[in-house]
Ligand binder design. Structure first.
Ligand code: NAD
Length: 479
């Protein structure tokens, strides 16, 4: 059994109390590794290290910071297979998807290696002739980052790379459900020889870690990707210590499909995208609002593609969809589907059951629901699993109104060739990102952000640098 360690002040260590937490393989349910359960003293050492690391790192010139990020990217490339296989083993996603996730981490470090050298302040003409005004962008301070289990390495890289580029030190808490691949990536990053204390990674009870770090008042920035529930908890802690926050809290992806597209191709692409990572994706397309004239054609093709998705162990080459990450996820998805069908009269067109024939893992059938009333909880609670809902709409206005009828506003999608429809849908849908005739809204080079309950602040793009810097105004009197 693998025994993970934590990175504190440049050293890989166990918990001060020797306590550990178990990590299981979602494809079998077996315990495959343990991770240290950090104590309050371990966290105290991590914070002291991050404070020292920050003092040194903020003074490091941007070109040198940039080179370290570039070296980190090269090291991740070198460890691609090790990181990807750990990811599949502890999280369940097919190996090809795990490798693609490693590649997105490389992209993050490469993109932010460039951004490190492009942190621009400005000078402003003052209201008095004898004043000069300079606005400097300075790193915000030590960062506490909390990342989830669905993309355990990509979402960590999305916070580490801009924080380090800006000159911040970081204490990363990888999801305790799947920390091994993330810790392997941190090993690769640390081989680029960041000064001790600049990069730290701790594992353990997430409540203890967040309360200790955020409650201390010594962390200047909290960045979370996770659920609304945990987002609210961390924001309350951050309010008490007046700590800056960025929150990425999920979505309930609406998709508007019009009748002027290749309906069969869009339906097949939609089904493949829906079931990627078993639907445990915050920008997953989930509610399909399809023009009534083509809904039968769309549904037929969507169901045909769904039926062809091979569910299995992510280590097997033919697997297109792995198990869900945990029994908790499995129970929640099953509960929402049963509630939609039994309480709210939805039609179950595919799936809707656990798969026990593959083995003891957390497997669930790719599931498609039709005629789900808007009042059913699954229409406004993120299912975060392999479930799609398809509904007919008569007009674009109706589609937009129904698309906006959830507390979420992360990614939305529209499939149409008509320029006016694209304009109207992309302007009126409440979302941080809109995919027009594609699903590829997640990229290192453009902001990834949500509106409404989906979050606060942007990751990726040049905008991510704003999350890790503050503006300092320097007004100089001249004679
Ligand atoms: P959850 O709310 O129990 O936990 C979410 C994550 O937060 C886990 O990784 C957990 O370790 C961590 N966490 C829990 N309590 C914490 C605390 N007090 N301080 C810091 N971290 C804490 O939910 P779950 O069952 O693991 O996931 C289900 C829901 O989470 C989904 O329905 C989805 O809405 C959301 N989620 C969103 C994303 C995303 O990409 N935005 C990713 C994963 C989960």
């Amino acid at each position: 059994m693998r025994r993970e360690t934590m990175l504190i002040d440049g050293l890989w260590v166990g918990s001060g109390s020797s306590a550990t937490l178990d990590i299981d393989d979602p494809a079998t349910g077996e315990i495959i590794a343990t991770a240290p359960a950090a104590t309050a003293q371990d966290l105290e050492r991590a914070m002291a290290a991050a404070e020292r690391g920050f003092i040194e790192w903020r003074r490091t010139v941007a070109w040198d910071r940039s080179e370290k990020l570039r070296q980190a990217a090269r090291n991740i490339v070198a460890d691609r297979e090790i990181i990807a296989s750990l990811l599949t083993e502890e999280q369940g996603k097919p190996l090809a998807q795990a490798r693609a996730e490693v590649d997105t981490c490389v992209e993050q470090f490469e993109w932010f290696a460039d951004e490190a050298r492009r942190i621009y302040g400005r000078t402003v003409d003052a209201t008095h002739r004898d004043l000069r005004i300079e606005v400097r962008r300075e790193p915000i301070g030590p960062v506490a980052a909390f990342t989830p289990w669905n993309f355990p390495i990509m979402l960590a890289a999305r916070k580490m790379a801009p924080a380090l580029a800006a000159g911040c030190s970081i204490i990363l808490t990888p999801a305790i459900e799947a920390p091994s691949a993330c810790l392997a990536m941190v090993r690769a990053i640390q081989r680029a020889e960041f000064p001790a204390g600049v990069v730290n990674a701790v594992t353990g009870d997430p409540a203890l870690i967040s309360e200790t770090l955020i409650g201390s008042g010594r962390i200047r920035k909290v960045s979370l990707t996770g659920s609304i529930r945990v987002g609210k908890l961390l924001m309350k802690l951050a309010a008490d210590s007046m700590t800056n926050v960025s929150m990425e809290l999920g979505g309930h992806g609406p998709v508007i499909v019009w009748d002027d597209v290749d309906v069969e191709a869009v339906a097949r692409l939609s089904a493949r995208t829906k079931f990627r990572n078993a639907g445990q994706v915050c920008v997953s397309p989930t509610r399909f609002y399809v023009r009534s004239s083509v809904i039968d054609e769309f549904t037929r093709a969507f169901l045909a593609e769904t039926a062809s998705i091979r569910v299995g162990d992510g280590r097997h080459a033919e697997t297109a969809m792995g198990p869900l990450a945990s029994t908790r996820r499995l129970d929640e998805v099953d509960r929402l589907v049963h509630d939609a069908v039994e309480t709210h009269g939805a039609a179950l067109a595919a799936g809707g059951r656990r798969i026990r024939s593959i083995g003891t893992g957390h497997y669930y059938e790719p599931t498609v629901l039709l005629d789900v009333p808007d009042a059913a909880p699954i229409m406004s609670t993120e299912p975060f699993g392999p479930v799609a809902m398809i509904a007919a709409v008569e007009s674009l206005d109706e589609a937009i109104t129904r698309a906006n009828a959830t507390p979420y506003g992360l990614a939305a999608y529209v499939f149409t060739r008509d320029v006016e429809r694209i304009r109207k849908a992309s302007e009126n849908v409440e979302a941080g990102m809109v995919g027009v005739n594609n699903y590829l809204v997640s990229t290192a080079v453009a902001p990834f952000s949500g509106v409404k309950a989906s979050g606060i602040g942007a990751e990726n793009g040049t905008e991510a640098m704003d999350s890790y810097t503050t503006a300092k105004t320097v007004v100089v009197g001249v004679t």
